[in-house]
Design a protein around this ligand. Structure first.
Ligand SMILES: [Fe+2]
Ligand SMILES: [Fe+2]
Length: 239
């Protein structure tokens, strides 16, 4: 990440954390990602994990995300704001899925090899998703501390600790399931999907914030965010 990009992200998270309405908006976005597995049938395919150890890791991962959903719910309520069940491009998982060609929905008719490959696809998908979230949460914790939003900072820090674990086990498990060559192909597919989704999601959120919270953002910051939106459009085309 360049110095300019990280400076922009710091400014973005500080601006959002400085006001309860915009702060709740970003927490609702994080919550939407945590809640996504509860709204679909193809996440955490532990029944098809080839080892009891991996099945247990996926079960624990699933429970963590359910707990995180509740933690964000309480944090938003603590700000005196509304909890909203977001959909579509407000859910980062949905954007990654939209930008990735592979499906990991397992059918009864799939062979054992098909199932193994789909579990690996799910884990690679989860890895890049979690990595992006962890990066965002690091910026967000820093902003919360600076803006004296310490209760939210404590929640986000706790979530971040779990996400770091999720980032690590998912990539190791995806590699273990496939041959080295196939694993790298699968991982690369999801890396590219996330890279595109990262720009598409951020651009969508910048556009939303500029239209919804125009009175809350400084004029000079709005100019910088609008420029960042244009740069992200170009960057997504080049992935
Ligand atoms: Fe989570
Ligand atoms: Fe996670």
């Amino acid at each position: 990440m360049s110095v300019v990009e990280s400076a922009m992200k710091r400014m973005w998270h500080r601006d959002l954390a400085s006001d309860p309405t915009t702060h709740a908006w970003v927490l609702n976005l994080y919550r939407a990602g945590e809640r996504h597995p509860q709204t679909v049938k193809d996440y955490f395919p532990h029944a098809h994990a080839p080892s009891a150890e991996l099945a247990e890791k996926m079960r624990r991962h699933e429970r963590d995300e359910e707990r995180h959903t509740k933690m964000y719910t309480r944090a938003i309520e603590g700000l005196g704001e509304l909890v909203i069940d977001l959909e579509g491009y407000d859910v980062f998982n949905e954007v990654i899925r939209d930008k990735t060609s592979a499906s990991f929905a397992i059918a009864d008719t799939d062979t054992a090899d098909d199932k193994r490959e789909k579990v690996a696809h799910f884990l690679a998908h989860a890895h890049f998703l979690e990595k992006r979230i962890a990066r965002s949460l690091e910026f967000h914790v820093e902003a919360c501390r600076l803006m004296r939003s310490d209760r939210v900072a404590t929640v986000v820090e706790s979530v971040l600790t779990d996400e770091i674990d999720h980032v690590a086990y998912t990539i190791d498990a995806a590699r273990d399931l496939l041959t080295r060559k196939r694993a790298e192909e699968v991982i690369d597919l999801h890396r590219r999907g996330e890279a595109k989704a990262n720009y598409a999601f951020s651009r969508h959120q910048v556009k939303t914030a500029l239209s919804r919270f125009t009175a809350k953002l400084a004029r000079s910051h709005k100019g910088a965010y609008a420029l960042a939106g244009m740069i992200m459009l170009e960057a997504e085309r080049r992935v």
